[in-house]
Design a protein around this ligand. Sequence first.
Ligand SMILES: [Zn+2]
Length: 454
Amino acid sequence: MKKYTRIFQGTAFSSKSPKEVNILKDYLFCINEDGMIEKVAGPEDEAYQELLGTYSGEANFHRLAEGQYFLPGFVDLHVHAPQWAQSGTALDLPLYDWLNTYTFPLESKFSDLQFAENVYQDLVSTLLANGTTTALYFATIHKEASLLLAEICAKKGQRGLIGKVVMDDPEQNPIDYRDENTDQAIKDTEEFILAVKELAEQVKQGVYPVVTPRFIPSCTDNALKGLGELAAKYDTHVQSHCSESDWAHGSVRERFDKNDAFALNDFGLLRDKSVMAHCNFLSDDDVDLFAETGTAISHCPISNAYFANSVIPIAHFHEKGVEIGLGSDVSGGFSPSLFDNARQAVMSSRMLEDGVNPNLPSEGRGVPSSRITINQAFYFATAGGGESLSLPIGRLEENYVWDVQVIDTNIASAKLPIFNKEEDLLDIFQKIMYLVRPENIREVWVQGDLVHSR
Ligand SMILES: [Zn+2]
């Protein structure tokens, strides 16, 4: 019989489709030395008993206790790593003021590598403890501190996709927090890409460089063009913000007389491995362009409630065939948990569907067919995130990586209300999605290795 590195036995939840969750009751997951799921076997499968006979009782056999379940690790498609240091503050300001009075002064401090190290170590550990096994990060404009974030992800076992932020326009950015000039911004980005690619050669779970114009309003045309060329030259991921708020959307329209999506595409920034944050104000033509180019939307529901001036019609966009994942948008979103964001994604969609102004008649109050279910929010947090990044992550299936969170519903301090031993497993899944707290996340595995336990 084939030698597997580890075998896990337990009940798992994984998306079958955007709206359906697959329940894998008491399954075996066989993991190879690369950390991939090489074989999945259910109790009815031929190999099941033989596998059990060979492996149970061995040191590499892991069986979940009663009340424990496997979920795929979460994929967070939008995190501003430096902003962890201000999470939860200043959320009463509008976006423009929030950036200029809080965020840019904070981010400028990351020229200090010791400060960067303190914040980044804490953030990566916190995200892992919240079940996030892959994160797409904006760092800051500083090449060295951005590389430090990649090294910390590598060491702690998280799959990190990291961007050195570009914001080069002297008219639009504060004097003490912007790239020195356009050429330097492109040169630093290229050196950063090469350094992360070199680091990646030693990292089992992978770290990836990401071309990262902060957003169109902070970049010159030449920088946007140069970044598009770098993304093509090195076939990297790309991330930015797109049509986030009235102000951001409007300022791009004013500058180019077209929507953000088409402007980004003109610079070669919409590609299969592109992920654009927010995207609240996409038109149907913008959405079609996303679908054609393979560009994904990072939906950041908590942040949107503060800064986006609207609820994104996420069900409509998904129906049109765009890849969608979830983003915490720390710290525009205060919570580092994708459980919290999945909950908010459902609640916001319900408010869009029903409408929010009680003075309007019910027929004209909302936007019909806008709601998503918790199953869909789970899909966005897992499989949808994986598709957005074009990586084999987010599903508990053969040929996907073993990135999982072990959820314990029996923790004394955070016990889930399960009183019936025969309770329907889909009901348990929903309780997990709505009620889990970090205490319930007992173990987190990335690429076959344990990276967090409590
Ligand atoms: Zn953002």
